[in-house]
Design a protein around this ligand. Structure first.
Ligand code: 2P0
Length: 367
């Protein structure tokens, strides 16, 4: 069964463990059915209040709180199987052996899980990403969220959703948010205590919202690899940009405004706040030394089209991550019109339309 079909099965098959999208009460049970083997599915998320900058590189503790929407497209499915007797972890991505940094990040993550579980066996890890290559939607969030759920289960760690989001955070910061569905906040955590207190207090959780019915139109204007990784870019920004501290301060205000706008179901306000927060983040990068510039002429063309939509009375707002592609938040009822306008502006770039997606979940062994 392909990963996409498996993910559909998660939503339609009642035998699958419960993990509701965004329910505050939702607790993910993570016991594997067959000892030592587990499969999990997670979806990407797009930040409306950005995570940009760490205060602790090893524990992946962010400088600021962030807030995202989990998407209903492009799930990652990851299977982890303990492999007694193997002398190294075997990791495949889309059926091909992982190499270099990608492999090392997964092995380091498995080491962390093994340390917590008191386990020593190596593992076989198979990951299927359904995101098209170069779609401009990072797979590290869905990837490490799925890996955290599957690896914890395979090694017998019984963790609740909060602990799983802290674990996923250690793989990639944004992965902490993909543990939950719909709208999600990731707390930066305490800065005034011990390292352990900081680690315990930096987790994600669902954000309650009023009625919103949003869509996110993703415009891929450049599918090529980026020159500077987001990890390196955020480090350089924190270290050298004179605009970083002012942005980090104002991002706290943005988050408070965003929570209120979400609470009253005010999509236009949600979009306005998300757009200003993203543009501010890109301003911090432009002021880094040397500058990091992800925005391209094609990005600006799409931004102009979004402004045009607003002038025509359509609530459409843009956000961009560590790349040139643009994600446009709008009402679900306007999604077709927004997609048409954005498609014309994106000059041949692929367009994907996403809605709020589900929490990460463990699959039964039979899928
Ligand atoms: C975000 N991004 O909030 C921000 C906005 C990119 C721009 O999270 O170093 O891959 O693994 O913690 O999570 C991309 O950073 O970084 C990211 P690491 P990650 O979505």
């Amino acid at each position: 069964m392909g990963a996409e079909q498996q993910a559909t099965a998660v939503r339609s098959d009642e035998s699958v463990r419960p993990a509701s999208a965004g329910s505050v009460q939702s607790v993910h049970s993570v016991r594997a059915d067959a000892p030592g083997t587990a499969t999990a599915v997670a979806h990407p998320n797009i930040a409306l209040i950005k995570y940009w900058g760490k205060r602790d590189e090893r524990l992946i503790l962010p400088r600021t709180d962030s807030l995202s929407m989990t998407l209903d497209i492009f799930p990652t499915t990851t299977r982890v199987r303990q492999a007694p007797g193997a002398d190294r972890d075997e990791v495949t991505l889309g059926g091909k052996p992982a190499e270099g940094d990608a492999r090392q990040r997964i092995v380091t993550f498995l080491d962390l899980v093994r340390e917590r579980a008191g386990a020593t066996h190596r593992a076989v890890v198979d990951t299927e990403n359904t995101v098209p290559t170069g779609a401009g939607l990072a797979s590290s969030a869905s990837g490490f969220a799925a890996l955290a759920v599957a690896a914890a289960a395979a090694y017998g760690l019984d963790l609740d959703a909060t602990a799983l989001s802290r674990l996923a955070r250690r793989g990639s910061g944004s992965a902490s948010r993909s543990l939950f569905g719909d709208f999600v906040v990731w707390h930066a955590g305490r800065e005034d205590g011990t390292e352990e207190e900081a680690d315990l207090s930096s987790y994600a959780e669902p954000v309650p919202t009023g009625p919103l019915d949003p869509a996110l139109v993703v415009a891929v204007v450049n599918a090529g690899p980026k020159d500077v990784s987001s990890r390196a870019a955020m480090r350089r920004t924190v270290d050298t940009s004179p605009l970083y501290e002012p942005w980090a301060r104002s991002s706290g205000d943005d988050l408070a405004d965003m929570r209120r706008a979400l609470g009253r179901g005010d999509l236009a306000a949600v979009g306005e706040i998300a757009e200003r927060n993203a543009l501010g983040m890109h301003a911090t990068m432009l002021a880094a030394r040397p500058a990091v510039r992800y925005l391209s002429p094609a990005t600006l063309t799409v931004l102009d089209a979004v402004l045009g939509l607003r002038r025509d009375g359509v609530a459409a707002y843009a956000t961009m991550d560590a790349g040139p592609n643009v994600k446009v938040l709008c009402r679900n009822a306007d999604a077709d019109r927004v997609a048409d306008v954005v498609r014309a502006a994106a000059q041949g770039g692929a367009i994907h339309v996403a809605r709020p997606g589900p929490a990460a979940q463990l699959l039964d062994e039979d899928g």
